[in-house]
Design a protein. Structure first.
Length: 346
């Protein structure tokens, strides 16, 4: 029985959905993994780890900073809880704003917390408050250690999280959702984690935060390309709606490619160690995803496809997971098995 539950949890964590044909009600863990959309937490964990490992590398290679591991761990936990709150906030406001309905894309690719009958609107609101209360406690601890700048990072992220969908701003509706995600998963998460871990922010860290921010933005681009038709009908002007599908697919391709030269350049000038060049092993996956983005979405899903009517987002996520994982591996090796390029050894 427990082994079956483990398989179910793994499936849910990988797909953000319940196993096909599941007839019994989901257990509490499966239910909350779906409600919080835990399948995408890997992107947040990766951003936090990038910030932390950049700090460890700066300590090991140049003695530039000193890392406090406890604060680093607390920061990553806080980021994951904030991501869970963000996903629930999006569902809450999209539902109350009339966007999420039984026939809209959100309720088709995975169960919606309220529309599925799993939670009432009030229970979803309480879950959001609990997640934010946990993050507030973490914020107070980190502010006591690092000062008010921690609050600036946290509040900027909260602002984008809430007003991504919430009125009166609703960034998603005016083509600013994608830049907001870029800011959160790059400068705010990566640089913020680096600062919490070390109490310092060298200038190069801002540049080093950009490659993974670009990758996460391609995931949102893919999701919004998948939703162009229903979003257009609802007057939601995401960036792909503004650009049109063909141009949006091209922009997503350019962004995916842009990850690599920035990583290479940061390594060649010595901001981060050369092990990050392992990220180039992600190029075969990139080529496959670029091919998918060069063609329109198929009329119907392939056999056993999970997540339809979403299409492009899944491919962008697979590439992001592969390239981000290789970047993490390179940063780990930079931190604990450092080497120097010959022209930087002096």
């Amino acid at each position: 029985m427990f082994a079956q539950r483990l398989r179910t949890w793994r499936y849910v964590f990988n797909t953000a959905n319940l196993p096909e044909g599941m007839t019994v009600p989901p257990d509490a863990v499966s239910k909350w993994l779906v409600i919080t959309r835990a399948a995408v937490f890997t992107m947040t964990i990766t951003s936090g780890l990038i910030g932390g490992l950049l700090a460890v590398g700066a300590e090991q290679l140049r003695g530039e900073v000193t890392v406090q591991w406890g604060y680093l761990a607390l920061a990553v936990v806080g980021l994951v809880v904030a991501h869970a709150a963000n996903n629930m906030i999006n569902d809450f406001f999209d539902m109350t704003g009339g966007v999420d309905t039984p026939g809209y894309v959100r309720a088709l690719y995975a169960p919606h917390p309220v529309l599925s009958g799993w939670l009432t609107k009030r229970q979803l609101g309480v879950a959001i408050l609990i997640a934010n209360a946990i993050d507030l406690a973490i914020l107070l601890v980190l502010m006591a250690a690092r000062g008010p700048l921690v609050a600036a990072f946290a509040l900027a992220g909260l602002f984008i999280s809430v007003f991504y969908v919430a009125p009166p701003i609703s960034l998603k509706r005016i083509g600013l959702g994608e830049p907001g995600v870029f800011a959160v998963w790059g400068p705010l998460m990566v640089v913020g984690t680096f600062f919490v871990a070390t109490g310092e922010i060298p200038g190069w860290v801002w540049i080093a935060s950009l490659p993974y921010a670009i990758l996460v933005t391609t995931v949102l681009f893919g999701k919004h390309i998948d939703k162009i038709e229903p979003d257009t009908a609802l007057g939601i002007r995401t960036m792909p709606v503004i650009l049109g599908e063909r141009r949006a697919r091209l922009v997503a391709q350019v962004l995916m490619v842009a990850f690599y030269p920035i990583v290479i350049g940061a390594a060649l000038v010595g901001w981060i160690g050369p092990w990050v060049l392992l990220a180039l092993l992600g190029l075969p996956r990139l080529v496959a995803v670029l091919r998918t983005y060069s063609r329109p979405k198929p009329e119907s899903p392939p056999q056993s496809y999970v997540g339809w009517p979403l299409w492009f987002v899944g491919y962008a996520f697979i590439h992001t997971r592969r390239a981000g994982g290789l970047l993490i591996l390179g940063l780990l090796l930079n931190a604990f098995l450092p080497i120097r390029l010959p022209w930087l050894a002096a």
